[in-house]
Ligand binder design. Structure first.
Ligand code: PGA
Length: 259
């Protein structure tokens, strides 16, 4: 199965107009021109900067993602929320859903992640669905149980909706062990591969073709020095990059590591 790798930069709550301009120009001058890249490239700045960057990124063939989206797809009385059609309207192509920081600090539930996935797909956005276990869960041998539960919630939401399981063809899954995020402690390529194979297997058990083609990214302290080894694993199709996406040179090197 030939899957095009994807490298996604999750800027989290970082940036300013001035900093973004120099970061983006560094990224665009460092990555190969569109059509000649070894990977799809997506950047996810904070909401308020999305519209600023949309035209430039579109011209360069780089995807633009938000870091979250409202569960409600329409307009309405949801103060502070941003809907999927709004993200689409300002030029987004992707959206990160269920990042562990949203789950931990903003009480995001498995069920909410399922609803957000549907909202994103309905607006023709590519959801980047994050799953991953805490350190205590890994230590207790619960990794597959936790990741399986998180993923099942999304599969169930799709199956219960007219979109159906085939909506997964338009999704990207990101495995991010929480203990590896921002800690400098990366999963070993073997640890990542094990969970990626589990994720793919779970999807394959529902639909072999979709399971074979869905892209599963690894996230958690990916750096230029470890990216190639991680991306070399058979079920690792690229990365979701936090800290290293804030340095153009590092992000570009990580993109190059997909070759
Ligand atoms: P990190 O973050 O690369 O800084 O570990 C990854 C993420 O949270 O998406």
């Amino acid at each position: 199965m030939n899957r095009t790798p994807v490298v996604v930069g999750n800027w989290k709550m970082h940036g300013s107009r001035a900093a973004n301009a120099s970061l983006i120009s560094g990224v665009l001058s460092g990555v190969a021109p569109r059509g000649q890249r070894s990977a799809e490239v997506v950047v996810c700045p904070p909401f308020v900067y999305l519209a600023d960057l949309a035209t430039m990124l579109e011209q360069a063939g780089v995807g633009l993602g938000a870091q979250d989206v409202c569960t409600e797809a329409g307009q309405g009385a949801f103060t502070g929320e941003v809907s999927a059609p709004m993200l689409r309207d300002v030029g987004c192509t992707h959206v990160i859903i269920g990042h562990s920081e949203r789950r931990a600090y903003y009480a995001e539930t498995d069920e909410g992640v399922g609803r957000k996935t549907l909202a994103a797909l309905s607006a023709a956005l590519t959801p980047i669905i994050c799953v991953g276990e805490l350190l205590e869960e890994r230590d207790a041998g619960l990794t597959y149980e936790v990741v399986g539960r998180q993923l099942e919630a999304v599969l169930r939401a799709l199956e219960a909706d007219p979109i159906g399981l085939s909506g997964l063809n338009r999704c990207i899954v990101a495995y991010e062990p929480v203990w590896a995020i921002g800690t400098g402690r990366t999963a070993t390529p073997e640890q990542a591969q094990d969970v990626h194979a589990f994720i793919r297997g779970l999807i394959q058990s529902r639909d072999a073709r979709i399971g074979g083609s869905v892209r599963v990214l690894y996230g958690g302290s990916v750096k230029p020095g470890n990216a190639r080894e991680l991306f070399g694993m058979p079920d690792v199709d690229g990365g979701l990059i936090g800290g290293a996406s804030l340095k153009a040179e590092d992000f570009v090197a990580i993109v190059a590591a997909t070759q």
